[in-house]
Design a binder for this molecule. Sequence first.
Ligand SMILES: Cc1ncc(COP(=O)(O)O)c(C=O)c1O
Length: 194
Amino acid sequence: MVVEDLPYRRLRYQGSDIPTLRDLDAECVIQLSSFSKLLSPGIRVGWMVAPVAIAQRVAQIATDTYITPNMLGQGLAYEFIYEGKLEENIARLRRLYAPRLTTMMHALSRYLPQASWTKPDGGFFVGLTLPEGSNSTQVAEKARGVNLVLSNSAGFFADGDGSRFIRLPFCALNEKEIEEAIKRLAFVIQAVNQ
Ligand SMILES: Cc1ncc(COP(=O)(O)O)c(C=O)c1O
């Protein structure tokens, strides 16, 4: 079985949808997603799409583990969808986040031409690869000094490496803040390499 985790899938800002793994093989894929990025992280509601026998087993384990689901959160998600507000909200989020991704792409080209980065069509994050000789742990430590808080890079790698990787979130900052953040990051990378 393959577990496909796609909480960002509806947040596409450019290009067209590609098939999910489950579209390719519904019997061998368990699909997980969440309302955290589409409605609110606070309601703590997500979902699983799986072959019936697996869904029944997971439902049993869930019942045996936490007895009852978060019904208030589920009720909120239900009403939001039932009233047709989810699609409206997704369209609003796409309008809000798309220019932030564009700003981040431009800021990276402008301030960090010596690094390389992913060019996503959606989601929340850009994956930055630091230039050869740079180290993400050192950069993250020094970045705190200029009020730039970066995630621990090792956590994104199964082998715990990530020594030149930095995850850059672009959705929670406005365009001005993104520009400033990348400017500070470039300053820190340069300072660490000196
Ligand atoms: C890839 C991925 N999967 C799953 C989640 C979990 O979402 P939640 O536990 O908020 O439903 C996140 C949240 O940040 C995520 O980035």
